[in-house]
Ligand binder design. Structure first.
Ligand SMILES: [Zn+2]
Length: 255
């Protein structure tokens, strides 16, 4: 029988830093140790990825991989709360790593300033436990779904536009579960753009923190999660709706 992990595996400064997590019976010492051992890749460091990565880092997720090919611009700052005016023109993946490392210097953070497309080496993420997709278009999301399926890694996905958002978890690590392409069988040619439609930064913040929460729940095995469900959020009318996602047995992507 495996011995129960004890406080001895955490240093005093960890017990202090993560005290409010550890006091939660749902997390406790075991959950905090699981967080510290976890490897999470955050793809897309925009309005959703910034808060998601921030809460994962502050919660003590021990290994983060930050992926984004873009550079910080002034128009990002209404929602991309990891960045400041000093970061403008810097690579987002590297600026995010620098700023998160100053929030939590104890965790290991890797940055990959590269675009996710069909040339992206899927093996780069094979050792990760979870992928959080915070990208902003259907084509990239489909590639992220392929990476998740190839490596059998759970995919936690979020999107936002105007004052609306959605989040879903795709258990691509398990058999017979729906994937992103079961939900979006035919990809639209274009994705709605926040440049054209606008986006409220606080709504992307809500979606990003929900993704981080879902990831922490999965790591610590807490309660129910959005596996096979899609949550639709309309903050203008304050409506939250959850719908089931069914597996498409004809899906070319998850089999
Ligand atoms: Zn599928």
């Amino acid at each position: 029988m495996q011995a129960k992990k004890t406080k001895a595996e955490l240093q005093d400064k960890d017990l202090l830093r993560y005290n409010r997590n550890i006091v939660l019976p749902e997390i406790d010492i075991d959950g905090q140790l699981s967080l510290l051992k976890s490897k999470v890749a955050v793809i897309g460091l925009g309005g959703i990825g910034c808060p998601a990565a921030t809460y994962l880092a502050s919660s003590g997720v021990g290994h983060l991989c930050l992926i984004d090919f873009d550079h910080v611009s002034l128009s990002n700052l209404n929602r991309q709360v990891l960045f400041s005016e000093d970061d403008i023109s810097e690579k987002k993946a590297e600026a995010a790593k620098k700023n998160l490392q100053s929030l939590n210097s104890e965790i290991d953070i890797k940055s990959i300033p590269r675009k996710i497309d069909n040339k992206f080496d899927k093996d780069l993420l094979k050792d990760y436990d979870y992928i959080i997709d915070c990208t902003d278009n259907f084509q990239t999301r489909s590639e992220v779904n392929n990476i998740s399926i190839a490596n059998k890694i759970p995919l936690i996905s979020g999107a936002a536009i105007k004052m609306q958002g959605q989040i879903a978890t795709f258990r691509n690590d398990l058999d017979n579960m729906p994937c992103y392409r079961c939900l979006y069988n035919d990809l639209p040619d274009t994705s709605p753009s926040c440049l054209d439609s606008g986006i409220l930064g606080s709504v992307t913040g809500l979606v990003g923190t929900m993704l981080a929460t879902e990831c922490i729940k999965l790591i610590c095995n807490i309660g129910d999660n959005f596996g096979s469900k899609l949550m639709l959020i309309d903050m203008k009318n304050y409506e939250f709706k959850t719908i089931n996602i069914n597996k498409d047995h004809e899906c070319k992507f998850c089999g």
